[in-house]
Design a protein around this ligand. Structure first.
Ligand SMILES: [Zn+2]
Length: 177
């Protein structure tokens, strides 16, 4: 298992080492990262069902980042490893009491264009998204309009969603209506 937390912190469970604490303070690590890694670690040691199977499932798990959107937790994982995280979705959902969305990233870079749009669809479903075209500096660009009422209904935090789009979905402009 690879995660944003160091190996020591994964084993510590309740506290963070000085280095990870510093990262958390600096914003290089988030509370969501910590929560997801803690949940995964508890699966590792839960000993329920078949321990060997659980262990080997976690071996291929890679978490790049986790983002808490309120009722949903987004887990970014390398594209070729994301199914390993998806396989644990049910367990994570019951541990974290949130809907888990797993999105694939390629070498930690933001998702571009169509991939970004698809990610947004997956992330927000069933909230409706509309696409509008806008001209900016003489160039036509796409803007995605997200229904506020839908977000509210699904318990998705608008501000956190906006930050996620800025950080992880490159070249996508969103607005809320
Ligand atoms: Zn640490």
């Amino acid at each position: 298992m690879k995660t944003p937390l160091c190996d020591i912190c994964r084993a510590l469970r309740n506290v963070l080492c000085k280095e990870c604490e510093r990262k958390l303070d600096a914003g290089l690590l988030s509370e969501a990262d910590v929560a997801v890694v803690r949940a995964l670690t508890s699966l590792e040691f839960s000993g329920t069902s078949n321990e060997c199977t659980t262990q080997s499932l976690l071996d291929g798990v890679v978490v790049s980042r986790a983002v808490d959107l309120g009722t949903r937790m987004v887990i970014f994982s390398p594209e070729d490893k994301k199914d390993n995280v998806k396989n644990l979705r049910q367990e994570l959902e019951s541990l974290l009491k949130k809907k888990i969305i797993v999105l694939g990233v390629v070498s930690g870079r933001p998702l571009l264009g169509k991939a970004g749009r698809n990610a947004l669809d997956e992330l927000l479903s069933p909230v409706k998204l509309h696409t509008t075209r806008a001209f900016k500096n003489g160039r036509e660009s796409e803007k995605i309009v997200i229904e506020r009422a839908g977000l509210k209904q699904q318990g998705i935090d608008e501000k956190r969603l906006e930050n996620l789009v800025k950080e992880f979905l490159e070249g996508i402009e969103v607005s809320f209506a």
